[in-house]
Design a protein around this ligand. Structure first.
Ligand code: WT7
Length: 649
């Protein structure tokens, strides 16, 4: 959250941790000094059909290739190897439906389902290297589809089920998906979302899809197109099928996940098989130190990287039992999360600062109704956590006994990169700091010119060395991969966050430094919403930025310039909001829309979102002469004055 206060006190949770920090330090040092030896060892967290020739090939940097020529399969590692062990009948998932139904799926049962669905995908004519799209809510068929695709070497893109038809179509087009896996509907806060209808609209805008497989989930009526659309239960009739896992090269793509950047089109982040699996499994182990009989609950949506890495792949590779919850955390009552923890004896909980702030608002009485004593570790992810939320989580939920594991990472990093590491000796925590880099990660804080900033000074965070979980490229756009991440500081990975390292070496992540917003932890590009707004015939121009929000971290504000003669007011606002909901999805709807006549721009015509935000939040410095290299001070001043009147600030 912007402008949150920081604390420098450390907390005495050390006594609950078995090791001291020394172990972390020696492992981190070894990982950077001798990566070959380090990863030769840690690469064995997964089973390989044949081992790599070299840990890292950096001859074509920044296209780093990890575990060169190693062969493995992610679904084999997530399923088959456990089924051959004492974990055969262990629960892989305890699935909890919004309405209270529950389903326990064992490793053996999950492998059966994955094989049956892998067979269905092969029957649909898919071959290694073809792509599919998955547009499913939080149901068991989502991990089944992901693992089945991984099994046959078909990269998938899973699209968050809250995205609208245009967002889905854009992703189908970019990855060239031949098959879409969806459901008749999804349950959310007591309502049914008509997913199949959205898929039909999206498919009409694309040309690659030959088959749509539909899971019967909510039972609402859907239109099925003869010869194109098939029911999931009908194509998976062969429930004892066995599909031999493909021997995937470590650097073959596993999936593509689209995420927002500073330009219009979402970026298709491509993750590979080998390095990615090694990274997510090790990081989950280091950070949370899960035990064999633990129950792990990552309360994210499967549509984000958090769900991909830490609901699906990492916990299954480690053979853990996960809780998977279908619905809204406040439905039917604001104690749903605490109820699930008590009912299933959750030991490790992983959620977002937004969720914590939301639940905190409902007061202490809700968690007090429940026995939360099974909890041992509490994690957070997605945005900086403000100290007030941290303390509430630590005291009211963890009873001052559970360390808070604040994991900092990104879609592009594959897994955690800066986080407390319980398995390696946690040391002391500072509320709001993600503490230290995990083994393999070599961060540095730089100023605009690329010089390292002194401690306690804000700068841009960059990573000096590659690590196994990093994306392998951007889909269809290797040039953009190079220019977005490796051009600001040549040779170093940079992806747009402010950070600071304090004099004790703790890292503080201070929010996005670019035109990307974090709304309820969701990553949203200002430009995506501007593009959506100007696609309405009534709108000439739009400028989008965020303002601080007590629960969501940031809220979306849009300044819109209507075309001449367009009547604007409540009716137009409703039309814009409804249109964005349908085409883009509800998470992209602006919280506020203001009609204006002008927005300040730079000489080259770029909207000055920073100035808009400052005007709006009343933090505009009196002296705006520093902006003079961007535009003439008079023009900016005039634009600001007009704006102030128009939006009443
Ligand atoms: C951006 C990445 C990380 C997986 C889910 C989000 C912000 C993420 C933290 C944290 C402060 C954080 C950053 C980052 N962020 N975790 N613990 N503390 N900021 O992945 O959608 O790719 O978003 O989320 O700004 O760049 P994402």
């Amino acid at each position: 959250m912007e402008g949150t206060e920081r604390e420098n006190s450390t907390l005495p949770v050390d006594e609950y941790i078995s090791h001291q920090r020394g172990m972390y330090e020696s492992l981190h040092r070894k990982s950077l000094d001798n990566p070959e030896e380090f990863w030769n060892e840690h690469g064995n967290i997964v089973d390989w059909y044949s081992k790599w020739d070299r840990v890292l090939d950096d001859s074509n940097a920044p296209f780093y290739r990890w575990f060169l020529n190693g062969k493995m399969n992610v679904s084999y590692n997530a399923l088959d190897r456990h089924v051959r062990s004492h974990r055969r009948n262990k629960a892989a998932y305890i699935w909890v439906g919004e309405s209270g139904t529950e389903k326990i799926v064992t490793y053996h049962g999950l492998l059966k389902r994955v094989n049956a669905f892998a067979k269905a995908l092969l029957d649909a004519g898919l071959k290694k290297g073809d792509r599919i799209a998955i547009y499913l809510p939080m149901i068991i068929e989502a991990p089944v589809a992901m693992l089945a695709a991984a099994r046959i070497g078909v990269p998938f893109t899973l699209v968050f089920s809250g995205f609208g038809a245009n967002s889905l179509a854009e992703r189908i087009r970019d990855c060239g998906a031949k098959v879409i896996v969806t459901a008749d509907g999804g349950n959310r806060a007591g309502k049914v979302i008509d997913l199949k209808k959205i898929v039909d609209e999206a498919v009409d805008q694309t040309s690659t899809v030959t088959e749509i497989i539909v899971v019967r989930n909510t039972g609402n009526p859907v239109d099925m197109v003869e010869g194109r659309d098939f029911w999931y239960d009908e194509v998976t009739k062969e429930q004892n099928a066995y599909v031999e896992p493909e021997r995937m090269d470590s650097n073959d793509p596993l999936y593509i996940l689209y995420t927002s950047g500073t330009t219009g089109k979402p970026k298709g982040v491509v993750h590979g098989n080998g390095g990615y699996s090694v990274w997510i499994a090790n990081t989950l182990k280091w950070a949370f130190n899960p035990q064999e009989d633990d129950r792990w609950w990552c309360a994210a949506d499967i549509g984000w990287v958090t769900g991909h890495s830490y609901i699906v792949f990492a916990p299954l590779i480690l053979g853990l039992t996960s809780i998977m919850y279908e619905g809204a955390i406040t439905y039917p009552e604001p104690d749903r999360m605490w109820d699930i923890i008590e009912k299933y004896g959750v030991n490790l909980l992983y959620t977002s600062p937004t969720a914590i702030r939301l639940l905190m608002r409902y007061g202490d009485a809700y968690p007090a109704k429940h026995d939360l004593s099974s909890l041992r570790v509490l994690g957070t992810v997605g945005e900086p956590i403000n100290p007030a939320a941290w303390h509430w989580y630590f005291k009211t939920i963890g009873k001052s006994k559970c360390p808070i594991v604040d994991t900092y990472w990104q879609t592009e990093t594959g897994g955690f990169i800066i986080s407390p590491a319980i398995e390696l000796g946690l040391g002391s925590l500072k509320p709001g700091s993600a503490t230290f880099p995990l083994p393999g990660i070599d961060p540095v804080i730089l100023d605009e010119q690329g010089n390292e900033t002194p401690s306690n000074q804000k700068g841009f965070i960059a990573i000096r060395k590659p690590w196994p979980g990093m994306m392998i490229s951007l889909n269809n756009d290797p040039e953009r991969y190079k220019s977005v991440y490796f051009s600001k500081y040549p040779g170093k990975y940079f992806n747009g966050d402010y950070a600071m390292k304090d004099s004790d070496g703790y890292y503080w992540l201070l929010g996005r430094a670019d035109e990307v917003m974090k709304v309820s932890g969701h990553r949203i590009g200002t430009i995506e919403i501007e593009d959506a707004l100007v696609s309405f015939p009534e709108i000439a121009e739009a400028a989008v930025f965020s303002k601080p929000d007590e629960v969501k971290g940031e809220a979306i504000v849009a300044f819109v310039i209507p075309k001449h003669g367009v009547a604007h007011g409540r009716e137009l606002t409703e039309k814009l909001k409804k249109g964005i909901r349908e085409t883009m999805g509800p998470i992209l709807i602006p919280d506020e829309i203001h009609y204006v006549h002008t927005v300040p721009k730079t000489r080259s015509g770029k909207i000055m979102r920073r100035v808009l935000k400052a005007v709006y939040t009343d933090q505009l410095p009196g002296d705006i002469s520093t902006l003079e290299n961007e535009a003439s001070v008079n023009e900016i001043r005039e634009a600001i004055e007009t704006l102030r009147k128009e939006v009443g600030r």
